[in-house]
Design a protein around this ligand. Structure first.
Ligand code: TYM
Length: 339
């Protein structure tokens, strides 16, 4: 056993993923990728690009673009600081155990559990025809997590309910067929787990809203000029209060973005902005964001153009994911009586 593999095997395991449904925004970065990178040395990390989840809303995906979008997310993982020596990066559809376990778990998951999911209710409300994939989305997510004997799932707040469901599905399988699946826990940051839209601070910042409305989100590939412009237009209020507790949702969102990017304590931030106007706050927020994402953007375009490197990372990731996931899938099939 080589040294790197031995070290990986001894650490608790992290699993998480992002859908390749477009360029990532700072909500994805703060809620997920930044947390992954900050904790990378503590865990054996597995990060997936969940393209099978992306096709649950077929209208949002152009088949001609999907493969490129997968590569873009992989390049963004690496540019943000995910190190392939410490973390496994792979594409969900290249590891068939995910679909296979998802089918088995579908057979132990009551439909009523799925119909209660907040994300299903909001997404299905916007569709003319609701496909079964959208309802079963969290079962595939449970399969992703449970296949790797995951201990910890670092996600934004919107995914907490899905991780809870993965725990319920695992417990149900274990009680029906004997203890087989490890029960995972979510890891959600205290501040910044739900970054809101700049144009509407009552709505979560999302990739789908960003496609429809230009000033909704800061994308990780936005230029400094665009970032300054979008933040200068962010919705605030008329009361002029710059405080984490008393501010309106729009101002609180800007303060939270500042906090997560600058890493400064809230009291220090409040002191700094005391007596200042929203114009100043917006300028400062734009600068902390630009400072952190500028080097990420440079690496991102460099990596995206280095196809052989990207392919090598994904190939290595796939090989490890195939090996690990097959062990759990074999146990599950054995317990349930499948050959
Ligand atoms: P996706 O692509 O929608 O989101 C990727 C990650 O970004 C987080 N996130 C946010 N965090 C803070 N503020 C926001 N406005 C914001 N918007 C998104 C999400 O919580 C997520 O962590 N279902 C997953 C993908 C997935 C997955 C998994 C995750 C599939 N299988 C297994 C963990 C484990 C999702 O929401 O992707």
């Amino acid at each position: 056993m080589n040294k790197q593999k031995k070290q990986q095997d001894e650490k608790p395991r992290v699993f998480s993923g992002v859908q390749p449904t477009g360029i990532l925004h700072i909500g994805n970065y703060i809620g997920a990728l930044k947390v992954w990178v900050e904790n990378q040395d503590l865990y054996d990390n597995i990060f997936c690009i969940v393209d099978l989840h992306a096709i649950t809303i077929p209208e949002a995906i152009n088949p001609k673009d999907l493969k490129q979008q997968v590569r873009e997310v992989a390049a963004m993982y690496l540019a943000c600081g995910i190190d392939p020596k410490k973390s496994t990066i792979f594409v969900q559809s290249e590891v068939p155990s995910h679909s296979e376990l998802a089918w088995i778990l579908n057979c132990v998951t009551p439909i009523s559990w799925l119909e209660k999911m907040t994300q299903y209710k909001s997404k299905s409300g916007k569709q003319k025809t609701v496909n079964a994939g959208l309802l079963n989305y969290p079962v595939l997510m449970a399969a992703d997590i449970l296949l790797y004997e995951t201990d910890i799932v670092p996600v934004g707040e919107d995914q907490k309910q899905h991780v809870e469901l993965s725990r319920d599905i695992a417990r149900r399988f274990n009680s029906l067929f004997g203890t087989t699946l490890k029960i995972p826990k979510s890891m959600i940051r205290k501040s910044g787990a739900r970054i809101m839209g700049l144009d509407n601070p009552l709505q979560k910042m999302s990739k789908s809203a960003a496609i429809k409305k230009n000033d909704h989100a800061i994308m990780l590939t936005d230029s400094p000029e665009i970032i300054r412009k979008k933040i200068s237009k962010a919705v605030t209020d008329a009361n002029g209060e710059i405080s984490f507790r008393k501010a309106s949702p729009g101002v609180k969102n800007l303060l939270t973005i500042h906090e997560t990017f600058s890493g400064k304590p809230t009291l220090e931030i409040e002191e700094y902005f005391k007596g200042k106007g929203y114009g100043f706050l917006k300028k400062e927020v734009a600068e902390v964001v630009i400072n952190e994402i500028r080097p990420i953007q440079e690496k991102y375009f460099q990596i995206l153009n280095d196809k052989p490197y990207l392919e090598k990372v994904l190939e290595q990731g796939k090989s490890r994911a195939l090996g690990l996931s097959n062990i759990v899938l074999r146990n599950v099939k054995n317990q349930i009586g499948l050959s």
